[in-house]
Design a binder for this molecule. Structure first.
Ligand code: AP5
Ligand code: MG
Length: 194
C-alpha cells in the first residue's frame, strides 16, 4: 500500500508518519529527512540543497523526483511506503504517478493534516528552542508556509481530481488524539484492501 501524509510545515507529518508506519509495518519516506541527511554528510547533492533547505525554499522538482524514485526501489519499500513531504508540487505528483503506474501500485490515500497557522508557527518555534534545524527560524518558517500555500496546496486538488481518497484530519490537539483520528479514517480503507 502506498500512502501520502500531507500538510503544512509543523502539522505533524513526521510525528504521525512514525506512528502509522510502526503500526502498518511499511517504510516511512521523508524527503526532508533524506535531504537533511545529504546536507549533513556534505555529499554533492547535500551541498547543492543545503542553502535551499536553510532558507525554506523547495528544491527543484527533477532533483527530488530522482531521489524518491531511487528510494522507492529499496527493499524495505517493496511492501508499502508512506511518503512524508512528497509530492509537494503538482509536477511532482504527476512524476510520482508515472513511477507508480510503471510498478502497478496506485496511491491508496492522502492523509491531510489540517492545523491553523498560529499553532504551526508555535510548534516550529518550540522545536527551534530544543533542536537545531537550520530552517526553524522566523524567516524560514514564513518562507516554508508561503511555499506551502502557493505551490503545495494545489496538490490536494490534483489528487481529488484523480479520485484518490483525501482524508482530512484535524491535526490539532495531542499527538495521541491526532493518531486516533488517523487510525479511524484509515479503517474503512484497510477493510476494503483485505
Ligand atoms: P520537511 O522536512 O518536509 O519539513 P516541513 O514540511 O517544513 O515540515 P516539518 O518537518 O517541519 O513538520 P512536520 O509536518 O513533519 O511536523 P513534525 O512532526 O516534525 O522539508 C524540509 C525542507 O526540505 C523543505 O523546506 C524543502 O527545502 C525540502 N523539501 C522536502 N521535501 C521536498 C519536496 N518534495 N520538494 C522540494 N523540496 C522539498 O512536528 C513539528 C513539531 O511539532 C515537532 O517538534 C513535533 O514534536 C511537534 N508536534 C507534532 N505534533 C504535535 C501535536 N499534536 N501537538 C504538539 N506538538 C506537536
Ligand atoms: Mg517533517
Amino acid at each position: 500500500m502506498l500512502g501520502i501524509i500531507f500538510g503544512p510545515p509543523g502539522s505533524g507529518k513526521g510525528t504521525q508518519a512514525e506512528l502509522i508506519t510502526d503500526a502498518l509495518g511499511t517504510a516511512h519516506i521523508s524527503t526532508g529527512d533524506l535531504l537533511r541527511a545529504e546536507a549533513e554528510a556534505g555529499s554533492p547533492l547535500g551541498r547543492e540543497v543545503a542553502p535551499l533547505l536553510k532558507a525554506g525554499h523547495l528544491v527543484p522538482d527533477e532533483l527530488i523526483e530522482r531521489v524518491v524514485e531511487q528510494r522507492l526501489r529499496e527493499k524495505d519499500a517493496a511492501s508499502g511506503a508512506l511518503l512524508d513531504g512528497y509530492p509537494r508540487t503538482v509536477p511532482q505528483a504527476r512524476a510520482l504517478d508515472m513511477v507508480l503506474d510503471a510498478s502497478g501500485r496506485p496511491t491508496a490515500f492522502v492523509i491531510f493534516l489540517n492545523v491553523d497557522h498560529g499553532t504551526l508557527t508555535k510548534r516550529l518555534l518550540q522545536r527551534a528552542a530544543k533542536q537545531h534545524r537550520a530552517d526553524d527560524n522566523r524567516e524560514s518558517i514564513a518562507e516554508r508556509l508561503a511555499e506551502y500555500r502557493d505551490l503545495t496546496t494545489p496538490v490536494l486538488d490534483y489528487y481529488r481530481g484523480e479520485g484518490v481518497p483525501v482524508l482530512e484530519i484535524d491535526g490539532s490537539g495531542s499527538v495521541e488524539d491526532v493518531h486516533e483520528r488517523i487510525v479511524e479514517a484509515l479503517r474503512p480503507l484497510r477493510t476494503e484492501a483485505r
